[in-house]
Design a protein around this ligand. Structure first.
Ligand code: ATP
Length: 291
């Protein structure tokens, strides 16, 4: 059996007549941030819940660090951390108390729970706020404390469900730094996100789900080059009519047009992979100052 942090083979899960997962294969390698992308209803939550033993597995095999979700669910639960979108924090308790409480509830003695709390507070820049009730924390601090809570038991695999939804750019950047730190702690991360920039910045590998199936997998760079490599970009002089330019481009004749190339963005990759009628090889025309 594979000892990778997460191995999924032929996973199929239905809810009545709805097929949530339709034969998914996925391997998450140790030390990676692996992003799971897909439109609403693609099956991301079902995959995470099944892997974390919160939802009964249908057909197929799922193992976490060599522990089978069917035969060793308790072992799987010891190996995973799960940070959902609604923080599992007690607002009235201080930051430190939340971490210690989580450790105690999961079987740590007081001294190790306390020591682990100190370590996490220090590591993630929460020491100064450690003795304040969570109700006084900013959204970004809450999110970081919540992620720290998921790390108390040093999980092999941390599931992070849309960790930066609702955060401002500064707080989002702080959470991204934290996710990078998590990996240096020895924990592998499976991240679900709707933010392509987040996947682009953080993920070593990306799996794209659509209608319960894997439709693409690779590094961010591989996925972008699969869409056709570099894309032509035309930058028009200020005042030029972009609509007219688009129409007459084939016939040419517009002076002052600069031609540049760029890779497709991950947003374009996502749209291409998850919408059937998106045309990939379009020419992008932008208005603005020519360089
Ligand atoms: P989102 O981004 O909206 O959270 P998702 O990719 O996480 O979507 P899932 O929540 O896994 O997708 O849902 C996959 C499919 O399974 C959807 O069609 C959904 O309606 C269905 N589904 C999920 N959970 C249940 C449930 N408990 N009962 C019935 N149908 C469900």
């Amino acid at each position: 059996m594979s000892t990778a942090p997460l191995t999924i083979r032929g996973l199929r899960k239905t809810y009545g007549s709805t097929v949530a997962l339709d034969g998914v294969d996925l391997t998450v390698q140790h030390g990676h941030v692996h992003a799971l992308l897909g439109p609403n209803g693609a099956g991301k939550t079902t995959l995470v819940r099944t892997s974390a033993t919160l939802t009964r597995i249908g057909e197929g095999e799922v193992s976490v660090a060599g522990r089978d979700v069917r035969t060793d669910p308790a072992g799987v639960r010891r190996a995973v951390g799960l940070v959902g979108q609604s923080p599992a924090l007690d607002e009235k308790l201080h930051g430190r108390e939340n971490l210690v409480l989580f450790g105690r509830l999961h079987g740590l003695h007081h001294a190790p729970a306390r020591a682990r709390a100190e370590e996490l507070l220090e590591r993630f820049g929460l020491t100064e706020a450690a003795d304040r009730p969570v109700s006084t924390y900013s959204g970004g601090m809450r999110r970081r404390l919540d992620i720290a809570t998921g790390l108390v038991l040093r999980p092999v695999l941390l599931f992070l469900d849309e960790p930066t939804t609702g955060l401002d750019p500064r707080a989002r950047a702080d959470v991204w730094d934290m996710v990078r730190e998590v990996v240096t702690e020895g924990t592998t991360v499976l991240l679900t996100t709707q933010h392509m920039e987040e996947a682009d910045r953080l993920a070593d590998r990306i799996t794209v789900l659509r209608d319960g199936r894997v439709v693409a997998e690779g590094t961010p760079t591989e996925l972008k080059s699969r869409l056709g490599g570099d894309q032509p970009v035309l930058t028009l002089p200020i005042g030029a009519d972009a609509g007219a330019a688009r129409e007459s481009l084939a016939r040419a004749g517009i002076t002052g047009v600069e031609v540049d190339v760029r890779q497709p963005t991950l947003d374009e990759v996502f749209l291409h992979l998850t919408e059937t009628d998106t045309v990939a090889d379009t020419v992008t025309v932008t208005e603005g100052a020519a360089r």
